[in-house]
Structures are given as C-alpha cells and as structure tokens.
Design a protein around this ligand. Structure first.
Ligand code: FEO
Ligand code: CA
Ligand code: CA
Length: 653
C-alpha cells in the first residue's frame, strides 16, 4: 500500500543528496569525491543528437556514430559450414534433412545477453545467448499446423524442425577481430563454439545431487542442454554466466504428468504448461513430455557457467545461485573480495536475489576461483517503504523459517524452490525484475522492472494463489505498470556484500511529452504518470518503455535497452546520466528494426564499441508473410536474432 509520508522521506533524501552533489562538485567532499568528479563530466549529458524514432525497418544511430551488423543467425562459425539463405528459409529449407547439423556449426537464433572477453586490443571472444526459437519465423506451415492442433503430424512429417530448433538455441561463442574500426567474425577460430539444447552439462553446488535432478547418477546422464538463455554476466576470472529464464515453455503435457508431491508443488510455484509446450518438442523428444519425464524441468532454470577460452570444458549449472526464471547474473567483487552475483527473476510479482560467495576472489590464483560460485549465501530483497531494505538469507535450518516444517528438508530443497523460500521470508514482489547493472565507480546497483499491468489490480492466477498484496507500493509505485521502471540501490557502505541497503526510484518509463511528467512528491502516481529522475520539463527527453537490459559506462551514464511497445517507434537503446542536474534525462541513442527487442548492451573496454543484440526482428509476422526483412532487405525473410554493433566514433562523454 502506498504511504505518502514514506514518500516524503524518500523525496527529502532525493533532494538532500542532490544538494550534496551541487556542493560537492566545487568542493572535494570526502566520500563523494569520485561521484562528484564524474558528475562534472556528465553535467551536460551525452553528446549526441537524440535519435527521433520513425518505426522504420532499419537500425538508426545518431550522426557521428556507425552501426555495423557483425554476425547474423545462420552465419557459419567454421568454413566447412554453409551460410543460411534467408530466401530459402521462406521456401522451407530448414525442414530439410541436414539443416540442424548445419545450425550446430552456425551462429544461433534470437540473441539476448552478451559477454565480452578481451584477447587483445582488437581481438575478443563474444559469448551471445540464443534465447528461444520462433518456429513461425523458421518453418512454413508450422503456425497453421499448431493452430489446427496438428503439430504432432507436422513434426512426424518434418522431424528436422525440432532438431533445428534445439540446435538454434543456447549460446554462441565467437571470436571477433577489429579491422579499420569494424568488428568481424573470425571463422574457424579455436574459440568458436555452439552450446545447444543437447550439449552435455555438469551440475555443481549444494543441489547438484538432489533427487529431482537425478540424484548421484553420472553428470552426463543428468544434464543435457541449455535454453531460455536470457541476460548474462561475466566473472572476474573470465567465465560467462548465462541465465536460464522461461524454461517452463519447453515442456508439454503437464496436465497428465505423474508428478510426485514435492515436484508438483515446485512446478506449480515455478509455473508449467498443462497442455502444449510453446515449441512442440514433446512431439519428438520424450525429455520434453512431462508425462514421460516429469522431473526433466528441474535440470533447467539455473545460471550456467561457461569458459569461453576453453571450449572443451562442459558448461556447469550453478545450483548455489538457485532455481527460478533467471534473468541476469551481474557479478562484482565486494571490498573484502567476496563475489556477489545479482539475479533477477523475471515474472510479475517475483523477486530480486543476490548471491554472496563464502570464499574470496584471488586474482593471483585463477584456478582457485572456479569454486567460488558453489558455496555462499543466496538472499532475496525486501524493499521497505521508507527507502531502506534488507537482503533476506535463504538458509535452511532445522527450526528456522526454512525448515522441514515449511517443506524444506535441506539447503538443496531451498535452492530448488527459491520462490517459495522468499515468499516465506517476506521478500518484496516486483514488477518483473529483469537485468541488473552496477556502476563501477559508485557501486550503486540498477534494476530494470520491465512492466506489470496487474500491479494495483485484484490478485489473479498465481498472485491470488500466493495470497500476496498486488497493490502499488513505494518500490512499485505506478498502478497498471505498462511502461516499467528502474530502481537504484545503494548497498550499505558501498559494499556489495552488505546485508542492508537503501533504494530509490530512478525512472518510471513512458511518454515524456504526453503522459503526466511528475516529481515523486506528486504521489500517488496515476496510470499515466512518468518520472524521469525528478526532471519536470519534458523538452529534450526521449520517451521509452519496458527497460530490459542495462549497462553503466565509465562516465556514469545508464544505458537502457527495451523490450515492449514503445510510445514512439520501435524498441531501442536509451541513455541517461546518473548524477548531476541531468540525472534521469533519458535520450534515445538507437532505434531497432520492426518487431525486434533490443538486448545485450555491452561496451568494449575502450568504450569505442557498444554491442547490442537485435532479437526477433519481424515478430508479429510469419516466415511466409514477413513484417520485416531486416537486414537482408526486401524479398528476404527477417533473419531474426542478429547482433548489431554500433561503432562509437566519438565516444560517449
Ligand atoms: Fe528474456 Fe526477461 O527477458
Ligand atoms: Ca530480458
Ligand atoms: Ca526480453
């Protein structure tokens, strides 16, 4: 419930902090020195003329910048593999035998999270998530068969379609080299690798031997594949963390599945499909038929660690980081060298988590760091109305809140049911917590809550079953939250490993000009309220909605990419300063093609290049009736899920 007096204390903090910065910019005040020095640098905002969105079928960046397509779905990672022909896709080429084998050696579909691993000044390995397949954009007739309830027949006639989808998802690791400022794929690099829905996986951490994961049977028998790979993270020891998100969509026939009681409870809290899966894999592969393998979903919904420089090492699923619809895995080193991983759980009314390692990072001994993510404490966040908050430890004990009496027989049980544990501890349900970014200079943490139209409505579905309050509150301040918002967290003493924090709203997204631009003192917010860091003049602001992935650059600008219906034009990339009078002044840096969401959002170390993922251009169309032909042009199917790189010729400050 919204409490006006609580907001006032928030607002007072907001303004007293601003005042501090104003003084601090001229006087070196201990403790805010770094932020103040930086706020001078960003005082005038980023130096580009904002993109005016047009809704066109192209990628637009400001004058003085250049956008290059680096790699596309179906581009060969090895010279022996063919290039995917998007015109042939429209004629059913991906239904033909051999298409899946080719896809296993080609760049994957539907790019999302990105990790950058520098090899040299102009060489790097890029890890790119390939989140999910879109059969309607791959296979002629698939949609019609699905609508007619004849998908089983379709799969029987074209068994290649499921093999192709399983080969198209997961992760693509590629080496890139920069020549004349342009990044290009290094074909046949020893680092090029596809990880798919069938790749051998290992499990580590406290739940690795849990009976629902197959007990202590050999790892190869227990783990194959990764999918639903959404946002991502990079560890200080040079590994890639890929977050398995909407894994429930891959399994069908839950209605008739022989779930044992504990499995049934966990599936219900995570969500599962009673009838058809989203992709029809259950028609050809018993792993995805819940009637035949009711526990297979428990092998998914984890964060997976991949070593990009050692392609022969199997990926590891890190059970210590818990099982939920993982979005991000944003990793920082705490002052005492413990490792902290911030983790979103992307569904309406779910929670923000963080993992804090028991051991400490040792830069001198890389091998010793490999077990850091196997032992530690997982926390869920409670955001109190007065702007304070606490990290609630998800710890099993014989007589505490997470005990056998509550249905948890071990810490492994807790990790398999983080949502249920966080419910009991009183974590704060958020408006779809997605990606997390940490400002490297200040340690402040930014969370994108992408949207939640059910906020402020009477509880329905899972929210009703959980008995939660779906009303607006200080952390989710707008009813029927269609545009999403961004929350800023200040860990106590700037220590990522802290157990308490303060927080405030940074942005409530929407149409700057036509919605109601408010200060938070105007609370309670209405459905049409938007908040841009307290700026009350819409001139110069860019409208945006549905923040998804985030990044913070070295100059203290927050970069935001979007996934949803925009107030103007297509999804894009937006940026705002985090300090100074322009804090919250969002301007548009890039607009994507029709139907795409924009993902990734990772800078090279020199910040001359920003890698963006262009995911599902052409969504809303079909392979035979496309609504986008980007980037190959008219007469070609949209080649969904490509990555776009913007060459930042001018830098960003
Ligand atoms: Fe895959 Fe939450 O976006
Ligand atoms: Ca996302
Ligand atoms: Ca998304």
């Amino acid at each position: 419930v919204y409490k006006r007096q609580d907001l006032h204390s928030l607002i007072e903090r907001r303004y007293s902090r601003r005042e501090l910065f104003r003084v601090g910019s001229g006087v070196a005040v201990a403790g805010v020195l770094a932020a103040c020095a930086r706020s001078e640098a960003v005082r005038s905002g980023t130096r580009f003329a904002p993109v005016r969105p047009s809704g066109g079928d192209t990628v637009v960046v400001p004058d003085g910048y250049r956008a290059d397509t680096v790699v596309r779905w179906g581009d060969p990672l090895f010279s022996a593999a063919p290039t995917l022909d998007s015109a042939a896709v429209m004629r059913g080429a991906l239904l033909q035998p051999g298409a899946a084998a080719a896809q296993e050696r080609q760049f994957g579909f539907n790019c999302d999270g990105i990790g950058i691993f520098p090899l040299a000044q102009d060489r790097l390995v890029l890890c790119v998530n390939n989140e999910f397949p879109s059969p309607v954009l791959m296979f002629p007739g698939w949609l019609e068969a699905a609508r007619a309830g004849q998908l089983a027949d379709y799969v029987a006639e074209y068994p290649e379609c499921n093999l192709l989808m399983q080969a198209a998802v997961g992760v693509s690791n590629i080496e890139l080299a920069r020549e004349d400022g342009r990044w290009q794929l290094v074909t046949d690099s020893r680092y090029n690798r596809r990880i798919t829905a069938t790749t051998e996986m290992q499990f580590s951490g406290p739940a690795a031997e849990h009976a629902l994961l197959g007990g202590s049977a050999g790892a190869a028998a227990r783990g194959r594949g990764t999918f639903g790979n959404c946002a991502a993270g990079v560890t200080p020891w040079g590994t890639y963390l890929t977050a398995e998100e909407n894994v429930q969509d891959y399994f069908g026939n839950g209605e008739d599945a022989p779930f044992e009681p504990k499995a049934s409870e966990l599936h219900s809290r995570f969500g599962y499909r009673r009838r058809r899966s989203a992709f029809g894999w259950e028609h050809s592969d018993p792993r995805f038929d819940l009637r035949r393998q009711p526990n297979e979903p428990f092998r998914f919904g984890w964060v997976v660690e991949i070593d990009p420089l050692n392609p022969n090492i199997p990926p590891r699923k890190l059970t210590a980081l818990g099982r939920f619809r993982h979005e991000a895995a944003t990793t920082v080193v705490a002052p005492d060298n413990r490792i902290v991983v911030y983790l979103g759980d992307d569904q309406a009314f779910e929670y923000l988590y963080k993992f804090v390692s028991a051991g400490r990072f040792n830069a001198e001994d890389p091998a010793s760091n490999w077990s850091l993510l196997d032992e530690g404490t997982l926390y869920a966040a409670r955001l109190d109305a007065d702007g304070s908050g606490e990290w609630l430890p998800l710890l099993w004990s014989a007589d505490g809140p997470l005990s056998p009496a509550a249905g948890f027989d071990s810490q492994a049980d807790v990790l398999l049911n983080c949502r249920g544990a966080a419910d009991i501890l009183g974590a704060t349900p958020l408006d779809r917590p997605e990606d997390v970014a940490v400002d490297p200079a200040t340690g402040r943490v930014y969370l994108a809550c992408t949207m939640n139209p059910a906020r402020g409505e009477a509880p329905e579905g899972m929210a009703a079953a959980r008995g939660i309050d779906t009303g607006v509150d200080a952390a989710n301040p707008r009813p029927e939250n269609r545009g999403g918002h961004i929350i800023e967290f200040h860990e106590a003493d700037g220590d990522a490993g802290a157990q308490v924090f303060t927080w405030e709203i940074l942005l409530v997204a929407g149409a700057a000009e036509t919605d109601r631009l408010v200060a938070l003192s105007d609370a309670p917010l209405g459905r049409d309220s938007v908040y841009f860091g307290g700026i009350t003049d819409a001139a110069g602001l860019s409208s945006f909605a549905n923040p998804d992935n985030l990044a913070v650059d070295s100059q203290g600008n927050l970069w935001i990419v979007t996934d949803g219906n925009q107030p103007d034009g297509n999804n894009g990339c937006f940026v705002c300063p985090l300090d100074g009078p322009m804090r919250g002044a969002v301007t548009q840096f890039m607009e994507g093609p029709i139907g795409a969401e924009i993902c990734g959002c990772e800078f090279t170390a020199d910040e001359q290049s920003l890698f963006l993922a262009v995911q599902h251009p052409g969504s809303g169309g079909t392979v035979t009736q496309p609504v986008s032909s980007w980037p190959d042009g008219p007469g070609r199917a949209a080649r969904p899920r490509r990555r776009e790189q913007s060459g930042l010729d001018e830098g960003v400050d």
